[in-house]
Write a protein that binds this ligand. Sequence first.
Ligand code: TXA
Ligand code: MG
Length: 325
Amino acid sequence: MKIRPALQAHIKEAAQILRQGGLVAFPTETVYGLGANAFDALAVARIFEVKQRPEFDPLIIHLASPEETRLVWSDQPEMAKELIKQFWPGPLTLVYFKNKKIPDIVTAGLPTAAARMPDHPVALALLQEAALPVAAPSANLFGRLSPTTAEHVAEQLGSQVDLILDGGKTPVGIESTVLDLTGDPTLLRPGGTPVEEIESVIGPIKIASTSSQPLSPGQLEHHYAPRTPLAIIKEPVQLPPGLKIGYLAFSTPPPELNVVQVEILSPRRDLREAAANLFEALHRLDQANLDLILAETFPEQGLGRAIMDRLRKAAGAHSPLKPAG
Ligand code: TXA
Ligand code: MG
C-alpha cells in the first residue's frame, strides 16, 4: 500500500494513476474520497468492489472548476449558477440532469448527476492535474464511518487503493450537503453547508423525507455506522451495569464518570468544530472495544443538523442494548 504525503510530485503521480484507470484516495475539505475517472466505467466499477457495496449507489463527481459542470450536466440552471457563485468551492453537492457522456454506473442509472467543487488545495491540485471529472464516494467500506485522515483510509481500504494522498486531517470533517435541483430545490442530505445559508441565497428548500423510498442512498438509515452499538441520549441516563461504555459529548464530560472513554467534540460549544471532530472521535471510540457508545443530543441548527443526521444513522444500524458479539 502506498500512502504518500500530498506533495506536488505525488499529486502528479496520482493524476497519472487516475488517467490510467486506477483508484486514488485523496483529501477534500469534508472527508477523504476514493476517486476514479468519471468517464471510465471500469475504473468506477472498481470503486464499488473496493468499498464492498452490495449495490450500486450514485457517486458525486468532483470538478476542478464551475465551468466543468458542462461535462457532467445537460446544462447549468439559474439556481445552480447562484449557488455555485456563493458556495463553490465548498461542501455543497448539487444534483441536476446528467450529460450523456457520464456512464450509468456513476449515477446508478439515474437520469441525474451529483457534482461539487471541493475546497481543498490537494483535491483541487489533483483535479487540475488529472484534467478529468473524478467520481468519488467517501473512502470507507460500505456502511462504515467516513475517513477524516489518511490512516482511516488505510485501515479500511488498505492495499486495494493504488495510492492514498495524505493531506492530514480534513477540516470540515462531515460530508457535503446534497441538494437536488431537478425540481423545487430539495435537501437530500444535510452536510457541511448549513441549510440556513442555502436558504439565505435561494429561499426555503424542501427536506426530502427519509421514510419512503430513498431519493439518495445517503438517506438510508444504516449509514455512517461505527461497529460498536450507539445510542443517542437526551439527558443524563442510568448507565446499564456491567457494560464498557464510551461517551460522545458536545462540550463537557458526562456527569456520571462510569464510562471507560470520553470524547469531547468542542469545549467552546462550536458546532463547526464539533463537526470537524465527529468522525475522528467515533473512529477512536469504535477502536476502544466498547459494548456501547452513548452520544449526546446536539442542537439542530447549522452544522448540528448534519451531526444529528449522522448520529441517528449510526444509532439506527444496531439495536443499542444488545451488544454485538
Ligand atoms: O463530502 C462528500 O460529499 C464526500 C467527499 C469525498 O466529496 N463524498 C461523499 O460521497 O460523501 P458518498 O458516495 O459517500 O455520498 C454521496 C451521496 C450519497 O448520499 C448519494 O446517494 C448522493 O450523494 N448522490 C449521488 N448522486 C446522486 C444523484 N444523482 N441523485 C441523488 N443523490 C445522489
Ligand atoms: Mg459515504
